[in-house]
Design a protein around this ligand. Structure first.
Ligand code: GLY
Ligand code: MN
Ligand code: MN
Length: 439
């Protein structure tokens, strides 16, 4: 995209955020928001900080993700004021004076010392709210209103509707993730360890581990059964049977979150991958404005029940598998979530912008999103089938054990499991599967 169209899109993005700020301020009856980028956290008894993670409230406004002690002051009407931290520091690299497509959209002042911010803030702070993580900093500055509910609910709910600028950032994040997934697949096929595969992924992304939107899951063989496996074993296993990789990328603060699963041979496990892949695509097709995301999750359950039946893992009809409540043993997580500035984006469980709770159904407690699907929202769709020893042991101890073909289950166990995850933009007329479009 050329510079002019980025600027145009960004101008609309800022206009949308200004409009949202005005609405949120009106609801809280205050004059403005003071949005903190965050500050470094130090390790216990140490002078080394943890990696800096910028506040999502801050990076929603501008693509600055690596500068602690910076601030935004917005009132929804005037040009937002950016207080950009620019210390004199010979120990560390100091940020450059910003000069990019976004800089003209802010009145920028520079902050030499983190503790000198007060003089840049409005004189009367009683009508301003602090948005950020550091409540003690807000209090020390004399700001008593911190992350007020009405503002937070409004901003979080509407963050689900992405501007064109944001959709473009998410497409770019997907492009980076896709090329890196391909590098990881090649590393798997050449017999590398999980650690080496992850290195290949990061090199292709040209991003450090800390720049990833979440810890990469790089799992060979049985390890693919551990849903959040993050060990990165440095020794390659003797045989490479299967490979599950759940890894994303960041672009200007926006996340991609893609999972693929591979098999070294063309066998039943590979057929299972093909079946789950096809289910992912079917479910993506069901993301239509007006549908409840919970219904997509329920349809995923039906799809997995069909797979468990077709692969003769369970001696029951798909309806019987659903009736007996066996699906959750093989698919113990939700079908997906909203995606954006955070990998599990906010406001998945609310009914409206006042934050009325819309919790996950009791029988599906791990579902991260219960929103009604609408255009401009971005979701992941990520069904899976896993062979998890602890859940299988539990199943074995129940009445339902008699329906399970344990021999077939045991054949699959050494492969761990399958998940296929795509990132999808819902448009009014069509869906855009960013992960497939860029593959
Ligand atoms: N990578 C975490 C998830 O898929 O939700
Ligand atoms: Mn996900
Ligand atoms: Mn994922």
């Amino acid at each position: 995209m050329n510079q002019t169209s980025i600027e145009l899109q960004y101008a609309q993005h800022i206009e949308t955020l200004q409009h949202r700020a005005r609405e949120a301020l009106g609801r809280e009856a205050i004059d403005g928001l003071i949005i903190h980028s965050g500050q470094l956290h130090y390790q216990f008894l140490d002078d080394n900080p943890y990696p800096f993670k910028v506040s999502p409230q801050f990076k929603a406004w501008l693509p600055v993700v690596d500068n602690p002690n910076s601030w935004l002051i917005v009132d929804g009407v005037n040009k937002p004021k950016l207080i950009f931290y620019l210390p004199v520091d010979f120990w560390h690299k100091v940020p450059k004076v910003p000069d990019a497509f976004w800089t003209d959209f802010f009145d920028i002042t520079y902050l030499k010392k983190a503790n000198m911010v007060e003089k840049h803030l409005p004189y009367d702070l009683s009508k301003y709210a602090y948005l950020g993580e550091h409540v003690e900093v807000a209090k020390a500055l004399g700001i008593s209103l911190v992350n007020p509910d009405r503002v937070m609910h409004y901003m979080h709910y509407h963050r689900a509707f992405k501007t064109d600028y944001e959709l473009n950032c998410m497409r770019e994040a997907n492009k980076i993730a896709v090329r890196s997934h391909k590098a990881a697949e090649r590393a798997f096929l050449s017999g590398k360890s999980e650690f080496e595969i992850n290195q290949a992924y990061l090199s292709a992304a040209v991003q450090s581990e800390e720049q990833m939107p979440y810890g990469n899951i790089v799992a060979l063989n049985e390890n693919a059964s551990i849903l959040h496996y993050m060990v990165l074993d440095k020794t390659a296993p003797e045989i490479h049977r299967s490979f599950l990789i759940d890894a994303g990328a960041s672009y200007s603060g926006y996340a991609a979150d893609i999972t693929r699963t591979y098999c070294a041979e063309n066998n039943q496990f590979n057929a299972l991958i093909v079946a789950v892949d096809s289910l992912t695509q079917q479910l993506v097709g069901k993301l239509i404005p007006g549908i409840e995301y919970v219904d997509i999750h329920k349809q995923a359950f039906v799809g997995i029940a069909n797979i468990l039946h077709d692969f003769k893992l369970i001696n029951l009809s798909p309806e019987g598998i659903l009736d007996k409540g066996i699906v959750g043993t093989f698919f113990p997580h939700g079908v997906g979530h909203m995606l954006g500035l955070q990998v599990h984006d906010v406001a998945g469980h609310v009914a409206n912008d006042r934050g009325t709770p819309k919790p996950a159904p009791t029988e599906h407690p791990f579902l991260r999103c219960t929103r009604t699907v609408e255009a401009r929202q971005v979701f992941t769709i990520e069904p899976g089938v896993y062979f998890i020893d602890s859940l299988l042991a539990e199943l074995k101890s129940t009445e339902n054990s008699k329906y399970i073909n344990w021999d077939v289950v045991d054949e699959f166990r050494p492969y761990g499991g399958v998940r296929i995850e795509d990132n999808v933009i819902v448009h009014a007329e069509k869906n855009e599967n960013m992960s497939r479009d860029n593959w």
